[in-house]
Ligand binder design. Structure first.
Ligand code: NDP
Length: 480
């Protein structure tokens, strides 16, 4: 199926007429084409957004809220269609897309439909000076939203929903590897009555289409989720132009397991936090540190459970792990097994490509557990972003904390313990944005989401996103 750009409420071909192939990772076949958009297409999208901005930014909150709710309802109503499209494009199990990705995309719109009606700013009475200050929170104008392939519609809408709720108009680009549900979102927005030009979706390569959005002089805020290297290159372009930037980047998250935890719950969750979505979630706990007392038991039980995970075609029931997103990504994952072996890591299970009968050209890989002895090895320091985790024992709290923090990333951590003091000490001293204690990926959309260090700058979620997508302006009124 060929998809088109969504500009000013219409589906249009790219200006230069060039397309790129879209692959189905479950069988390695090309199943459609997407526009290879250039700066000319981004300019058209910008012009549509700029034209729509005066009206949209003056639309009442009730109207905006109703339209966002309607988009949420329509996404829910198209659950099967969207989940199938997501699974085909990304390789993730269809059951996962149905249970997580698509409901969350609907929830993103519903959440900001409600949040915008509750968003307010502060007033400061300057007592003794006969003055009152109040802050206006005004939409920025035309903003850029760029998202990755791992949770395609989930992360695309996580940016778009707050941006338009706050009164901005958007030029958005999904990953070129997973464009399908973004394309379907265009139809949904039109059906929901979103005025033309409020959301414009331009498809294409990161280094051309994405970069054209970032470099556009009048797109003055960029919300980006993706790799750390890409984030740095975006920052290099955006910083001298003084653009507002929200960067949600890579992670290499520690999963710290103490002997006093609820063992069964920990074990079950750790299998999930290691391999959900083929390990392609920025929040996956890819470095597992286990207290020495229970290390051998954990190793045995974990490997037994991991070996039971079924790799298979994403459309099949009862599979746990689908296809990796692309051939390049599969090759990257494989290369890390070699790197681990060269560094003295022990492959405890997995480590090989999987061939699924009937889908021999698909991109399947075994869930892989590697035992390491030194946190400075590359498999513990570099983001692999696939079905590979490492395990390593520790003796003391101090050592665990040091290992957890000894990495350039700082997105999230999971802590398994029933000791309250330890929970608080770790929560305060981990250099990261999100700590889960005795759980993983339990999301409340009101909370600030994001990381420290090489995991990015800024926070998404809740009112944080509405603050990002608005410009605060202070008004000081003197009275007699
Ligand atoms: P990339 O950084 O390669 O791409 C992300 C998006 O940016 C894609 O739409 C991509 O387009 C686009 N892009 C690529 N180069 C540029 C550029 N120079 N200028 C502007 N846009 C560009 O990341 P991946 O898609 O590979 O996603 C995986 C990464 O995302 C991992 O590092 C993961 O940790 C991170 N991530 C972070 C999350 C967080 O919340 N912190 C959540 C989820 C993922 P195209 O794909 O077409 O090249």
């Amino acid at each position: 199926m060929n998809i088109k750009n969504y500009i000013n409420g219409e589906f249009v071909d790219p200006v230069l007429g060039n397309y790129i192939d879209n692959y189905n990772p479950s069988n390695g076949e090309v199943y459609g084409q997407i526009p290879n958009s250039t700066s000319e297409d981004v300019e058209k999208a910008y012009e549509a957004a700029e034209k729509a901005f005066p009206n949209w930014s003056n639309t009442t909150l009730e109207t905006r809220s109703k339209i966002l709710s309607k988009i949420a309802d329509l996404i829910e109503g198209k659950l099967h269609l969207l989940a199938e499209a997501e699974s085909k494009d990304n390789g993730k199990p269809i059951s996962l897309a149905k249970a997580i990705d698509i409901p969350r995309a609907a929830a993103n719109f519903q959440f900001y439909a409600n949040a915008i009606t509750q968003f307010s700013s502060e007033a400061h009475e300057s007592i003794g000076l006969n003055a009152v200050n109040f802050t206006l929170r005004q939409p920025i104008g035309v903003v850029g939203c760029i998202s990755p392939w791992n949770l395609p519609l989930y992360l695309f809408t996580w940016k778009i929903a707050p941006a338009i709720a706050a009164g901005n108009c958007v030029v958005a680009k999904p990953s070129e590897i997973t464009p399908m549900t973004a394309f379907l979102l265009g139809e949904i927005c039109t059906e929901a009555g979103l005025p033309n030009g409020v959301l414009n979706i331009v498809h294409g390569l990161g280094t051309t289409t994405g970069q054209a959005i970032v470099a556009h002089p009048n797109i003055t805020a960029i919300s980006f989720t993706g790799g750390t290297k890409t984030g740095a290159s975006i920052a290099r372009i955006a910083a001298p132009m003084f653009k507002k930037l929200s960067l949600e980047l890579g992670g290499k998250n520690p999963n710290i397991i103490f002997a006093d935890c609820d063992y069964d719950k920990m074990l079950e969750t750790t299998v999930r936090s290691s391999f959900a979505n083929q390990g392609q979630i920025c929040l996956c706990g890819s470095r597992i540190f286990v207290e020495e007392k229970i290390y051998e038991k954990f190793k045995k039980d974990f490997i037994k459970n991991v070996k039971q995970l079924k790799v298979g075609h994403p459309s099949k029931r009862n599979i746990d792990i689908g296809a990796l997103v692309s051939k390049e990504h599969l090759e990257k994952i494989e290369s890390y097994v070699e790197i681990a072996e060269d560094e003295g890591g022990r492959i405890l299970c997995g480590g090989l490509e999987v061939t699924i009968p009937g889908y021999e050209n698909g991109y399947y890989f075994q869930p892989t557990v590697i035992e390491v002895t030194d946190n400075s090895c590359r498999v513990n320091q570099e983001e692999i972003f696939g079905p590979i985790v490492t395990i390593m024992p520790f003796k003391t709290d101090e050592e665990a904390l040091q290992l957890a923090n000894d990495v350039k990333y700082g997105l999230s951590a999971t802590l398994w313990t029933n000791n309250l003091n330890r929970t608080m000490q770790f929560s305060k001293q981990l250099h990261i944005g999100i700590v889960w204690v005795n759980t993983w990926m339990l999301r409340d959309l009101r909370t600030p989401f994001g990381g420290q260090k090489a995991s990015g700058i800024g926070r998404e979620g809740g009112f944080e996103a509405l603050r990002f997508f608005t410009e605060p302006k202070n008004i000081c009124i003197k009275y007699e």
